[in-house]
Each structure stands twice: as C-alpha cells, then as structure tokens.
Write a protein of this length. Structure first.
Lengths: 158, 132
C-alpha cells in the first residue's frame, strides 16, 4: 500500500518540477537595411500587457552616452538600475543581422507581452519602437518590417 | 521679407543638424553618476580579461585605465562607466609603436559583468547576441 503511494508522489514531483521551472528558448532575428550609415544602436526589450517595461533582452552598442537616442527604451527602463547587466554587445552594421537568443519563462508567452526594438544611427533620425511584435506562440516565424533601419524582425520558439 | 522667410527654416535646419552631430561625436562619456559602475567593477572586469592594471582614473567622464593586456602588451583604454565597454583603446606593440582600435562595430563584443539580473530569464541562463 505504501509503495504505490510513494511511486505516485515521486512521479507527481517529477512532472511538477519541470512544469514550474519551464522556459522556452526564443531566438529573435533582426535584419537591418542598407541604410548607408554607421553601425546601428538597437535595444530589444519587453513590455507587459499594460504597456509597462518588463525587461531588456539585448542592447547593441557599447557607448552609454548614446542610449538617450534609444528613447522609448531609455525612458521606460530608467528605473531599472541593472538594465544592462549581462545584455550588451557591439553595434550592428548596415545590412547585417542581429540574432539574440534567450531562455524566457514560459509564462511570458501568450500573456500580452510585446517585443520592442528601438533603433538609432549616428547623424540620422532616431527610431523608437521601430518594431513591435506580440510574444505569442502563433506569432513565431512571422516577420515584421520596420519603418526606417530594420528590414525585418521575427522570432522562433523552441 | 521673403528672403528672411527662406533663411529662417534653413538656419533652424542647420542648427538642428549641428546639434545631432555634436550629440554623437567624440570619445568622451556622458553617464549620470548614479549609473556608474564602481572602480571595483572595473578591476574585476580587467581581471576577467587577464589585464593587469597599473593606473585607474577618471577622464572626460570615462574611466581611463593603463596597464598590460593578457599578452603582456602595454595599453591605455577609455571605458564607458556604465557598460565598461572600451570607448577607445591604444596598444603599444613595441617601444614607440602605437595602434588605435576603433570602437566596436561588427563582431560581437563580450558582455562585461555578471549574469543578467532581469527576472525575464531562466535562472542561470544568459542571453546571447550574435551579429551575422
């Protein structure tokens, strides 16, 4: 009598633990146009269902003095002192592609979250929230075109 | 009167253009003090890269460091105080030979500091950025 009970408990735990800690690998691909300028600064971040800042996935471009040109991200993330921790890299040249891969909590998908990409280029117009993509299972693989510097942005879920 | 009407928008456009240029030019840093990483963070980042620091000071709003890199070459670098990414770097190949490296653009740069603090990511995981 005791053994089946223990087996059931063990099985339940084995099933429950991965469910609690479940995450999805998201790969976001942003291809830039040949806009004929210097490397672009890009900020990739999430907003929640209410439009509030939820976190930064990646910032391309190493000089913080230019972050004010990524104006939506800079304004929304101003209260997050650790917004850059572990998520910065080089700026992205014209015509090149930035791929960002992150393990995101499963609960973020189909929960009203949106991926934003802000873009800015030296001596050219700033382009806040150039791309906005709802983070949904159905939206995976669907490319969205940008207005100014971004040819297209899409994401894949694993 | 007509001339004045034509000149005024042209002057405004020139001024705005100059302001944009000024905002992007130069190797100085402009980061509010509350966003600065500590001197210890600079030393920690240098140690991670195998750099041996001989001097650490603040210049033009950036951290400026001098020392030897992992290959034993002398160098001088300016670091962005918020990201700790090099804004400029000079290496001494031999006695009087200098080489200036441009600011990073293209190949992915290593992200300084520890794992990301954002609650979006699974604990222990780190986002990867790659430029193709």
């Amino acid at each position: 009598m005791r053994k089946p009970l223990l087996t059931t408990l063990a099985a339940a735990c084995a099933l429950a633990v991965p469910a609690l800690a479940q995450s999805r690998e998201v790969t976001l691909t942003t291809q830039l146009k040949n806009y004929g300028g210097n490397g672009a600064y890009l900020a990739v971040y999430l907003t929640d269902a209410k439009g509030a800042y939820a976190g930064t996935l990646w910032v391309a471009g190493g000089k913080a003095k230019y972050y004010k040109h990524l104006s939506d991200w800079n304004r929304l993330s101003a209260g997050d002192a650790k917004r850059l921790q572990g998520v910065t890299g080089a700026s992205v040249g014209a015509g090149r592609t930035l791929k960002v891969t992150a393990d995101l909590a499963d609960a973020l998908i189909d929960a009203g979250y949106e991926i934003h990409v802000d873009a800015a280029v030296e001596d050219m117009r700033d382009s806040p929230s150039e791309v906005r993509l709802p983070l949904t299972a159905a939206g995976a693989g669907k490319a969205q075109a940008g207005k100014q510097y971004i040819q297209s942005t899409s994401y894949q879920l694993k | 009167m007509k001339t004045r009407q034509t000149i005024a928008p042209a002057l405004l456009a020139l001024t705005l253009g100059a302001a944009t240029l000024a905002a992007w030019a130069g190797d100085d840093c402009d980061v509010p003090v509350r966003r600065w990483q500590s001197r210890d963070a600079v030393r920690q980042m240098a140690a991670q890269k195998g750099w041996e620091l001989e001097r650490l000071k603040i210049d033009d709003g950036c951290y400026e460091i001098r020392g030897r890199d992992a290959e034993g070459r002398r160098f001088k670098a300016k670091l962005d105080p918020e990201t700790l990414e090099p804004v400029s770097m000079k290496r001494r190949e031999r006695d009087r030979e200098h080489r200036r490296e441009p600011a990073p653009d293209g190949p992915p740069a290593a992200a300084p500091g520890a794992a990301p603090a954002s609650p979006l990511f699974s604990p222990g995981s780190k986002p990867r950025g790659q430029i193709e």
